[in-house]
Write a protein that binds this ligand. Structure first.
Ligand SMILES: C[S@@+](CC[C@H](N)C(=O)[O-])C[C@H]1O[C@@H](n2cnc3c(N)ncnc32)[C@H](O)[C@@H]1O
Length: 193
């Protein structure tokens, strides 16, 4: 089995049971467009990396506390642009099973603990160690998991989970990147490792 490359992205705004229309998503307060852009970004790397890619959105709203697990190889749909990615994201949130994706009711801490059983977990933050300093270590390990914020940073509670599980903090520099850009940069760094 190929090693896994997992990205866990918590979002406190996205809800499963709200009505979502493609025209209102971009200006909508849930910011589903942020998730759609992450999906598009990662989809483009699927056939280029030695890893099995998995995107996990953690819906941290108190009435959700659910993880949506999206193995990229399960998505046979064409995703050529942001419009198609947004369309797919809306459908995936309402019917994950149609796309062979799983929704789990789980706490953020439990999600991280379970993931850490098979993957080394890294927390992406501008204040961490420079990525290039740890690149060698990353390329030696089998499965990797990176945790990053969506349109918001992790909450203090989520950050304390990262410290509790001993996740190494990694930085891509002092500039603040969009979550979708962070995915692209990490995949680019891992491309030839
Ligand atoms: C759009 S940012 C979150 C909000 C952002 N801090 C802001 O002020 O706009 C998305 C996430 O990407 C990760 N990130 C952004 N820039 C980074 C960097 N230079 N190094 C490491 N991670 C970064 C962090 O996990 C961050 O929470």
């Amino acid at each position: 089995m190929p090693p896994q490359l997992i990205f866990i992205i918590p979002t406190r705004t996205v809800r499963l049971d709200s009505s979502k229309k493609i025209r209102t998503v971009v200006s909508g307060k849930e910011r589903v467009d942020v998730l759609a852009r992450c999906l598009l970004s990662l989809h483009r790397w699927q056939s280029r990396l030695k890893y099995d890619l998995k995107l996990v959105f953690y819906l941290s709203h108190p009435q959700e506390e659910k993880a949506i697990i999206i193995p990229l190889h399960n998505l046979s749909e064409k995703i050529d642009d942001e419009f198609e990615a947004t369309h797919l994201m809306i459908h995936l949130l309402s019917s994950p099973e149609v796309f062979n994706c799983e929704t789990q009711k789980i706490s953020f801490e439990e999600l991280l603990l379970r993931t850490s059983a098979n993957s080394i977990i890294y927390y992406l933050t501008p204040n961490g160690l420079p990525f290039l300093d740890v690149k060698k270590e990353l390329s030696r390990s089998d499965s990797l998991c990176f945790v990053l914020g969506s349109q918001h940073d992790l909450t203090p509670e989520q950050e304390s989970v990262m410290y509790k599980i001993g996740a190494l903090q990694i930085s891509l520099g002092q500039l603040n990147y969009l979550a979708s850009h962070v995915l692209t940069i990490i995949c680019h760094y891992l491309f030839d490792s």
